[in-house]
Ligand binder design. Structure first.
Ligand SMILES: Nc1nc2c(ncn2[C@@H]2O[C@H](COP(=O)(O)OP(=O)(O)O)[C@@H](O)[C@H]2O)c(=O)[nH]1
Ligand SMILES: [Mg+2]
Length: 268
């Protein structure tokens, strides 16, 4: 349907970026419902309960923006959030996409079966998709589905940033070990794995934080017909952190009662 756009590395430093404004845009169940492809998108993928929604909330400093579902597998839609990044370069308009989780109680099935053609189509055809952030719960480690997804992303020409989540659940010494183990699984260097904690805001903001990686990813894609922002662009008003969302991302089964915490067991 659409090409992937060309990759053009830019010289702006990756550190020093922060997200100053975010709002929920829309939910989609099919490609035709995606917002106009007018800015780079970075999509968050991972097993159900890996911490996608929590990480989006932590990145954007907006508690409750991406609903943190306590029911694994419940969110079956793509949720789109428009975000404005401020940093060392011109302001960046980026769309963050919370993809449906996969793999809950379906470990025997392939990523295509569990996740469906819609997401695969999105990975292949969404022309503004700059890359994926693939979340791995550090206590569980990477599953075959995570690896299959990383392969799908590579096939689709999308760079993937592997992020270990819930690092607060590990001791400091364990963190290095887990980082190396996850890196080995994906065949990358340990330094390429970002460890985060949404609850303790670890690895997210500041120097070497995930925000900078996401800004860099967003800047790596050129969008045909879209003028890059000029250095002298007037700054946008910065809203307060507690600003309410304009809308609410929808869940697959609205109105369901939230059960008690459904955290996965610690990896043995
Ligand atoms: N301790 C801890 N728990 C987390 C963290 N991130 C998410 N969680 C918990 O993990 C569960 C699933 O998180 P959620 O963001 O809904 O995962 P999603 O299904 O991938 O969107 C929730 O109970 C969260 O509170 C984290 O960094 N640390
Ligand atoms: Mg979620």
């Amino acid at each position: 349907m659409c090409d992937t756009g060309s990759v053009a590395k830019q010289s702006t430093p990756r550190s020093g970026w922060r997200i100053v404004h975010t709002e929920f845009e829309t939910s989609a169940v099919k490609a035709g419902q995606c917002p106009t492809a007018d800015r780079p998108e970075v999509a968050f993928a991972g097993r159900s309960n890996a911490g996608k929604s929590s990480l989006i909330n932590a990145l954007t400093n907006r508690r409750g923006l991406a609903r943190v579902s306590r029911t694994p597998g419940r969110t079956r839609l793509l949720n789109f959030f428009a975000a404005r990044f401020k940093g060392p370069g011109p302001d960046l308009g980026v769309r963050l996409v919370d993809l449906p989780g996969y793999g809950f109680a379906q470990a025997h099935k392939s990523i295509r079966e569990t996740w469906g053609g819609m997401i695969e189509g999105y990975l292949h055809n969404r022309e503004v998709l700059a890359g994926l952030v693939l979340l791995i719960d550090v206590r569980r480690g990477a599953s075959d589905l995570d690896l299959a997804l990383a392969e799908l992303a590579t096939e689709a020409g999308r760079p993937t940033l592997v992020v270990g989540t819930k690092a607060d659940k590990l001791g400091k010494s364990e963190r290095g070990l887990v980082r190396r183990r996850v890196a080995e699984t994906f065949g990358v260097q340990a330094r390429d794995i970002v460890l985060t904690s949404a609850t303790e805001s670890l690895g997210i903001h500041g120097h070497d934080g995930l925000v900078g990686d996401i800004a860099e990813l967003a800047r790596s894609i050129e969008i045909p017909g879209l003028e890059p922002p000029s250095e002298g662009a007037p700054p946008e008003a910065e809203p307060t952190e507690a600003e309410p969302t304009d809308g609410e991302p929808a869940d697959g089964e609205p109105g369901e009662a939230e059960p008690t915490d459904a955290e996965p067991p610690a990896a043995s």
